[in-house]
Design a protein around this ligand. Structure first.
Ligand code: PEP
Ligand code: MN
Length: 360
């Protein structure tokens, strides 16, 4: 992609002294709900008011959005509060209706980004638009697929672009609704530093009490903004009830987030340092996660050994592992001494786990 600098001009031109904020309900439900939330967000840091009009639901039979009627409510929001408006589009008809109603920012949802046919259809419908278009990551952690979608819009001469990081689906249970895989967003920033990246902690966490921490990590990783689902009565929301916050909570979150934007040499140092630290925190969490998984497997082995009445310690197998890991460590610049210490500790924990299974 060429000329990526101009992709972020829409954001730079806003001259914000805080991260970009997109907030509003997961779904537009009624005119009163849309207007009520909007009025509570007026005169805050919120730059764009979001509301889903067409909702992609995992299973049929759930609330699928109010449809085009909701676009009129968003127009009213803009007129009465001055906030710009944002909604998701998933096909040509959506794009045409959203443009007709002068919606300022359109985003492509995670379930659409996976399909090159859909993305191309949307890109063709948007050809040359001056609206801002943000592309959510595909549900699967595939950086090329995500960038491919950006490229389709860029080729369709859509100039105001950006991406939304909303996390990735996994079959495995996790504390997240969609695991962040921060490394993928970091790689994306490294490859296209000009492409604005917005974090969506709502769909990453699925739980309102985790939103602050994920938002802070995103800011520490130099994200350009946040999209946070906000509802005046979250528990009774027609979609994504568990993850929406109230307008008051949103304001509190915005007050509490540590934001570093000024650029004295001192703050540049601090920004770089906190960025690197955030990357380390991400990796440390992965180490713990991996260790937890490893010990679960050890428990399984303990169970098997118990059935067969086999001894916990199998020294041949252990020496093989150690030898292989020392060689592997060498290729990553890790000393033999370190690998020995690390794996001795892992081995001991594994033995403790197995003994618990066998004797417990
Ligand atoms: C949404 O933003 O409400 C939404 C449906 O998001 P996603 O495409 O990330 O699931
Ligand atoms: Mn939602």
């Amino acid at each position: 992609m060429e000329n990526t600098k101009q992709m972020r001009s829409w954001l730079d031109d806003m001259n914000l002294d805080h991260p970009l904020v997109i907030a509003g309900p997961c779904s537009a439900e009624t005119e009163e709900q849309v207007m009520g939330i909007a009025n509570s967000l007026k005169d805050t840091d919120v730059n764009y008011y979001r509301a889903g009009i067409w909702k992609p639901r995992t299973r049929p039979g759930n609330f699928e959005g109010v449809g085009a009627l909701g676009l009129k409510w968003l127009q009213k929001v803009k007129k009465e509060t001055g906030m710009k408006t944002a909604t998701e589009v998933a096909n040509r008809a959506h794009v045409e209706l959203a443009l007709e109603h002068d919606i300022d920012l359109l985003w492509i949802g995670a379930r659409s980004t996976v399909s090159p046919f859909i993305v191309q259809e949307i890109a063709d419908a948007l050809e040359g638009t001056d609206k801002v278009v943000l592309i959510k990551n595909p549900v699967n952690p595939d950086l090329s697929l995500w960038l491919g979608a950006v490229e389709r819009l860029h080729t369709a001469n859509v100039k105001k672009l950006g991406v939304i990081h909303r996390g990735f689906s996994t079959y495995e249970k996790s504390k997240y609704r969609n695991i962040p895989e921060w490394q993928l967003a970091i790689d994306l920033q490294t490859r296209f530093p000009d492409l604005p990246v917005i974090n969506d902690p709502s769909h990453i966490t699925g739980k309102r009490d985790m939103i602050f921490d994920v938002s802070q990590t995103a800011l520490d990783l130099n994200f350009d903004g946040l999209m946070i689902e906000t509802h005046h009565d979250p528990d009774n929301a027609w979609s994504d009830a568990a993850q929406q916050v109230t307008p008051d909570r949103l304001k509190q979150i915005m007050r509490d987030l540590r934001i570093r934007k000024e650029s004295s040499p001192e703050t540049e140092y601090n920004t770089k340092l906190s960025n690197l630290r955030a990357q380390i925190d991400v990796l440390d969490n992965q180490i713990i996660e991996t260790m937890g998984k490893r010990m679960k497997i050890s428990d399984g082995i303990g169970g098997l050994k118990k059935e067969r009445n086999v001894a916990v310690l199998q020294s041949t197998r252990w020496n093989e592992i150690l030898g292989a890991m020392i060689l592997e460590g060498e290729t990553k610049g890790l000393s033999e001494e370190f690998i020995l210490k690390l794996f001795k500790a892992i081995h001991q924990e594994s033995i403790n786990h197995q003994e618990k299974v066998i004797n417990g």
